[in-house]
Design a binder for this molecule. Structure first.
Ligand SMILES: [Zn+2]
Length: 189
């Protein structure tokens, strides 16, 4: 809206405000017709002046984009992006069925991960303790696929687990049973 249009609109709206102030049980119909005409004038000024589409979201990036009522900014595009980031970060998609051949992972490190400092550690139970058995991954699914491949390998360990290293260490999933094996004093070493 340009300056002249804004000035005209302001005047029209103030007139409407005065109508509102003056309204009472005694207001004659003739006066109401005047109100109607003034209202229409204000609406016409708006129709002329506002050429952009009304914003459907509160998102500064996608003001007229598709709406997601459950999103804080109503923006479906941004909410979809946020959901995907949360999912990838904390769960990862489910594993494929076990007895398939090892699949080369296509889930590499993603540059757009919001908190790239977190890692998923593959660990095996060596009979005494849990120990790291592969490179810490930036992607939980990749770590799970790695353990799945280890378990199908020629000499799998008794148990494996994934530890989420972030603000602390959290065990997310355990495969197998870590039974403590005592070392024989005269064992063949
Ligand atoms: Zn958006």
């Amino acid at each position: 809206m340009n300056h002249a249009q804004l000035t005209a609109l302001g005047r029209a709206l103030r007139v409407l405000g005065e109508h509102g102030e003056a309204l009472s049980a005694d207001t004659p119909d003739a006066r109401l017709h005047e109100v109607k005409a003034d209202l229409r004038r204000a609406l016409d000024l708006l129709e002329e002046g506002v050429t952009t589409a009304a914003p459907s979201t509160r998102c500064p990036e996608h003001p007229t984009g598709p709406v997601d009522e459950s999103a804080p900014d109503l923006c479906l595009l941004c909410e979809t992006r946020r959901r995907a980031a949360r999912r990838a970060e904390f769960n990862g998609p489910p594993l494929p069925p076990e007895p398939t051949a090892p699949v080369p992972s296509r889930y590499g490190v993603r540059g757009d991960r919001p908190q790239p400092q977190q890692r998923w550690l593959p660990e095996l139970w060596n009979g005494q303790a849990w120990q790291l058995c592969g490179t810490p991954r930036r992607d939980r699914r990749e770590a799970e696929l790695y353990i799945a491949a280890q378990r199908r390998g020629p000499r799998p360990a008794m148990a494996y687990r994934i530890v989420h290293e972030f603000t602390d260490y959290e065990v997310l999933r355990v495969w197998g049973t870590p039974v403590r094996v005592d070392i024989e004093p005269m064992g063949n070493l």
